[in-house]
Design a protein around this ligand. Structure first.
Ligand SMILES: [Zn+2]
Length: 231
């Protein structure tokens, strides 16, 4: 049985002499494994279809746990993303999280990933902002919608430090529970989108905090290498 899916390559591993094994996340069916045969040979027609970050309509043959890519119509490669190392790392983190969260189809999250990759590649969006916005979308899709602007308990507008708790969401210092994670005022303002021009250290803190919340609530954690400070 052949099938057509709109999918993005989240991982590509060489296999045998000239094949690649792809992890695809599709809009329709979530995560799939497919091999792209012969794509490492010189002048291989489907080479681009086996590149990480390629987004296209994939024609797949076979069934079960591994498909074979028979054709691909490319929508976008998001190639300008690779020009900036921070943007590239953020894109990789987004793809890794999308893959981990998509054993079942996650159409909204899939579209959020495409939106962030487009913004990184063509709209000059900052890598940290994209990573944060994608993690907020992932939390929302996982049933953990967080508002970093207003206390989830008393409704006060947040303008200082806040606290995240698994039971209460983002709350003000007065409503905080003992087991919460502290969110300092600048990190909170960054995540809420009130100020996206803060220094790099705060952006990194925001990204780490959201990754931590994602792990506590949905049990999924991006690779630690995306959180190292780079010189
Ligand atoms: Zn409160």
């Amino acid at each position: 049985m052949d099938k057509k899916v709109k999918a993005i390559v989240t991982r590509a591993v060489p296999y045998r002499d000239s094949d690649m094994v792809l992890t695809l996340v599709s809009l329709e069916e979530g995560r799939l494994t497919a091999s792209a045969r012969g794509c490492l040979k010189p002048r291989a027609k489907l080479r681009y279809a086996a590149e990480p970050m390629n987004f296209g309509e994939y024609m797949l043959a076979g069934k079960g746990d591994r498909y074979i890519v028979t054709d691909c119509v490319q929508y976008d490669s998001f190639s300008p993303v690779t020009a900036d190392i921070d943007n590239f790392y953020s894109a990789c983190m987004i793809l890794e999280l999308l893959s981990k969260l998509s054993p079942e189809p996650q159409p909204e999250l899939f579209l959020a990933a495409v939106r962030e990759l487009k913004a990184l590649a063509y709209e000059g969006k900052d890598g940290y902002a994209s990573a944060c916005d994608f993690m907020l979308a992932a939390l929302k899709e996982g049933g953990i919608g967080l508002d970093f602007s207003v206390c989830a308990d008393c409704g006060a507008v947040l303008d200082g430090d806040a606290v995240f708790s698994e039971s209460g969401g983002i709350v003000c210092a007065h409503c905080a529970t003992w087991d919460g994670i502290k969110v300092d005022a600048l990190t909170r303002a960054y995540i809420a989108g009130e100020d996206r021009t803060l220094p790099e250290g705060i952006k990194l803190r925001a990204k780490r905090l959201l990754a931590d919340i994602l792990y506590r609530t949905l049990g999924v954690r991006p690779d630690g290498s995306y959180f190292k400070e780079r010189e």
